[in-house]
Design a protein. Structure first.
Length: 474
């Protein structure tokens, strides 16, 4: 256990969103100064909610959140907020330091050196690549010199060099940091402890140690709890049988039966509320649109025809313009797409989703003639419950938005897939299932991915290496 003082304490904190289920139920944990803590848990378990509680954006219904006096908290969010995308770099950082009237450019350049980012300060945030935005978000958090740094899925959109840089940065970070991530290898390099959130019990378990040791400890605890409950269940059944044999034919027998029932109630109280393992989505198929002739001819940066079964992997370092090229293909500036083709698009930042719709409306919008029962059944396969379907897309966790996009693809039956980092925001348990579905898709696929676990399992993918920055108007 760290000898450093406690900088954060959650004391019986409970929280639920209006008109929805409980998220946290009497959560208790501590974070020591200068430690690096990982938060893990299923989609919707409350990982990002804890960040919002720490930032004061949400208030608990009960319990207390105690911070060491004077503690300043900064966050590197998963994505740049939509209302900041059209700002230039200087304007963007002024929203972090509104009190600073002069000299902010020097502060920005200094913090860019820290995060290894080299971009003109006149650039619009919207123009940056996904990897550049990831570093920008980190710089935005660091420029306020926080005592506690919150990182929400920081490896999303980073290439291998970017992940290596961030890993080295955190291994040498001298302040407190709390990280949400699904990247196990990344987490294991620096984690001092783990907060494990359970979406079923709404509890928080705290573990000390590196990530892989904690995963083994959680598995061992699950097995101990399972064995304890199995013993108690056997005992309860045996005692019920004994009550039935007694039959209550005399006062003495009735008293003994009451005593046994009391013992049964006590055993039930001793049963452990089991933490359920993350559910994994079942294997699924993305149906291919019926044959409509030539589907897509790419015209920039090189001319190429994609027909059924062809896969194109666009490669290159962060900032070279891979996402820009995908958007240009989608818009028709860099490709000629058959107008009868239904294009299935997965973007880094979910721009294909209307955040004002409910999740159910979002599914209906891509397949308006599909029976509602089939929509509900498809959603359930992606762990999207009826309650989730009635919620606004903007209120879903990033992981739930990702699964919503895949449910949309299944219902849409696209003739072409354009995928920009299709494993971003996805729980690591789901990635092999999604990889198999995309590999089995029969239509043409154009994709960008930095995750070797994904792209190495998309068979017969032809690489297109971008050698210089793509500059297209999209």
């Amino acid at each position: 256990m760290s000898k450093e003082p406690v900088i954060i304490r959650f004391d019986n904190v409970s929280f639920e969103y209006p008109n929805t289920k409980v998220i946290l139920d009497e959560a208790n944990f501590t974070v020591h100064r200068n430690s690096i803590i990982t938060i893990v848990g299923q989609n919707g378990a409350g990982k990002s909610t804890i960040f919002k509680l720490l930032l004061g954006k949400l208030k608990p219904q009960s319990g207390k959140i105690l911070l060491e006096n004077g503690t300043k908290i900064g966050i590197a969010e998963q994505m740049v907020p939509a209302d900041k995308l059209d700002l230039d770099i200087v304007e963007y950082f002024k929203t972090a330091l509104p009190e600073k009237e002069f000299g902010i450019e020097g502060d920005i350049k200094k913090i860019f050196e820290t995060v290894n980012l080299d971009i003109p300060l006149t650039r619009k945030v919207r123009e940056l690549s996904g990897g550049q935005k990831a570093r920008l978000l980190l710089a935005y958090a660091l420029i306020t010199n926080p005592d506690v740094l919150l990182l929400d899925e920081p490896t999303n959109n980073l290439d291998t060099d970017g992940v290596q840089f961030l890993t080295y940065f955190l291994m040498n970070y001298e302040k407190t940091c709390i990280v949400i991530s699904h990247d196990a290898d990344f987490l294991n390099c620096f984690t001092d402890g783990v907060l494990n959130l359970d979406v079923h019990t709404h509890k928080v378990e705290q573990f000390v140690g590196d990530y892989y040791d904690v995963v083994e400890e959680i598995a061992a605890k699950l097995e101990r709890d399972r064995q304890q409950n199995a013993r108690l269940e056997r005992s309860i059944k045996e005692r019920f049988s004994k009550i039935n044999r007694l039959g209550g034919k005399s006062i003495a027998m009735s008293q003994l039966a009451r005593k046994i029932r009391t013992e049964i109630d006590e055993d039930r109280e001793d049963m452990v509320e089991m933490r359920k393992e993350d559910k994994t989505i079942p294997d699924f198929t993305i149906p291919n649109q019926e044959y409509i002739g030539e589907i897509i001819r790419i015209t920039k940066p090189v001319e190429t025809l994609l027909v059924k079964g062809m896969r194109l992997h666009i490669k290159g370092p962060n900032g070279i313009g891979k996402s820009t090229l995908l958007r240009a293909i989608l818009s028709g500036e860099a490709a000629k797409i058959n107008p009868d083709t239904r294009v299935g698009y997965y973007s880094q930042d979910f721009t294909e989703l209307d955040f004002t719709q409910t999740a159910f409306e979002s599914l209906v919008s891509v397949s308006p003639l599909t029976r509602h029962q089939e929509i509900y059944e498809t959603a359930a396969r992606f762990l999207l419950t009826g309650e989730v379907l009635q919620a606004k897309v903007e209120s879903l966790s990033e992981g739930q938005k990702g699964l919503l996009c895949y449910a949309r693809l299944v219902l849409q039956k696209p003739g072409l897939l354009i995928l920009d980092e299709p494993t971003n925001h996805i729980n690591f348990r789901h990635i092999p299932v999604i990889t198999r579905a995309i590999d089995a898709y029969e239509g043409p696929i154009i994709f960008v991915s930095h995750l070797a676990e994904f792209y190495e399992n998309i068979k017969n993918a032809r690489p297109l290496h971008l050698r210089e920055r793509v500059n297209l108007e999209v």
